[in-house]
Design a protein around this ligand. Sequence first.
Ligand code: FAD
Ligand code: SIN
Length: 527
Amino acid sequence: MADQRNFDYLVIGSGIAGLTFALKVAKAGRVGLITKKHRAESNTNYAQGGIAAVMSAEDSLELHVRDTLVAGAGLCHEDAVRTIVSEGPALMRELIEWGVKFSRREGGGEYDLGREGGHSKRRVLHAGDITGREIERALLEEAARQPSITVFEDMLAIDLITSQKLGLPGRNRCLGCYALDEKRSVVETFGASMTLLATGGAGKVYLYTSNPDIASGDGVAMAYRAGASIANMEFVQFHPTCLYEPRAKTFLISEAVRGEGAVLRGPDGVPFMKRYHEMADLAPRDIVARAIDSEMKKTGAEYVTLDITHKDPEFVRSRFPNIYAKCLEYGYDMTKQPLPVVPAAHYQCGGVVTDVDGRTEIAGLLAAGEVGHTGLHGANRLASNSLLEALVVAHRAADVAVRESREPARALPAWQSGNAADPDELVVVTHNWDEIRRLMWDYVGIVRTDKRLLRARARIQNLQREINQFYWDYKVTPDLIELRNLAQVAELIVECALQRKESRGLHFTLDYPGLQPEPRDTILRKA
Ligand code: FAD
Ligand code: SIN
């Protein structure tokens, strides 16, 4: 059994939210940052299009606010939108000071601002088409220069430790977490005065996703089990254009490609987006994904195509070097032929309920980034607003953490694994992983009905019973921990979807095609 590790600040996750927070609290105390794979492995690392902020005289905060509210379909919290949008530009300058090299226009002068769906102006700072990798690189290099930050790789947080779980009196408080050291197969105990949950999204709950394997919804599941409220999980954003190529494990074709003029075409080669929205190919993401889904269903096609062959090949190669090279690997030269594309699960708009400072309902527990729900995205996130939200909320949460961290870490009980034997039926875990992801894709996808949702609920409940039995009977493994979380997140998505009796933003149901007059968040809390 390992000794307890104590820190002033415990950070779970090393994407943009976790690293930003760690850098900002590093001067105030000792920071322990745990991350379940290699430190760069995160959704952040794969971000392509960029990060939205008002950076030009032709743009304004008011326009960015308006575009965010329009995309959010009446459900954004306007105060959160205003705060996050208005703090964006200053924090972009800080990112640049930390060493992020955003692309500049020819001649090396002004920043080259990209455009994406739902934006009325060019306002997306990018580093070619590997913006996330560049941000992650710069933040990790800056973190390596801070002696007070200790990073633990291959350290998978299992559950938060709270005063309520320990039977202590008073307001529920987070005291740290248990985490599985994946290399040594030992469960470690981390104690902290303040914990930041920055575990990202849950794309892996669907069969087809743009997300890397780390995105198994661990943070939402852990926070829910710890007693935090979870909001709006029904709003799963499907990115309209992922490469249709079985060998590619779902590779994203950035919306910035449409921002530079690419056109979606049906199987007959005819552009179709004008029939669905006045902004055509640059309509908000929910509309484009549904339009593609509808075209595929109508024609029986397995994909639609994305065509940028009318643009100068040199421009395409230099603006999208990563996408160009990756597609070429699979035999598609995007300067010469349209790319086959399909929608895939991309972003979780709901999450752990926080204010714009990242405060959850549990004392000592903050959340920032894709795991959290501030109300910025409403029923549909505006493209490139998620890196922005992660940055702003992590920055504000760091202020809160430094101001409000009073109690030092306390002694915590070590993890009890009882007499659990090694699992010998790993096939059950693999089977259940596959089943959850397929049933979510088939029954809780872009277009929903109550009948399909009820069918999904029944299956998930069965799976949860089986998974829980496995969880308590055997020693924990990474796959089992993630499976338990996936099942929890799947249940939350289905429950939220069943509660919403309307079609709004990303939640579209054939049973309730209209809007309810009063926009309302769906909030779930463990009984
Ligand atoms: P992440 O960057 O996902 O980091 C989560 C971290 O938590 C990881 O280090 C992970 O390993 C760790 N973790 C998770 N669970 C545990 C656990 N149990 N224990 C320990 N560690 C754990 N958004 C934009 O704004 N612009 C874009 O251009 C853009 N492009 C995208 C392209 C792709 C392909 C994808 C997948 C997403 C894109 N997004 C984009 C969304 C955006 O990248 C994410 O929302 C954002 O990066 C989330 O940051 P985060 O810090 O909250 O989480
Ligand atoms: C993309 O580059 O299309 C992704 C942008 C985003 O998810 O915000």
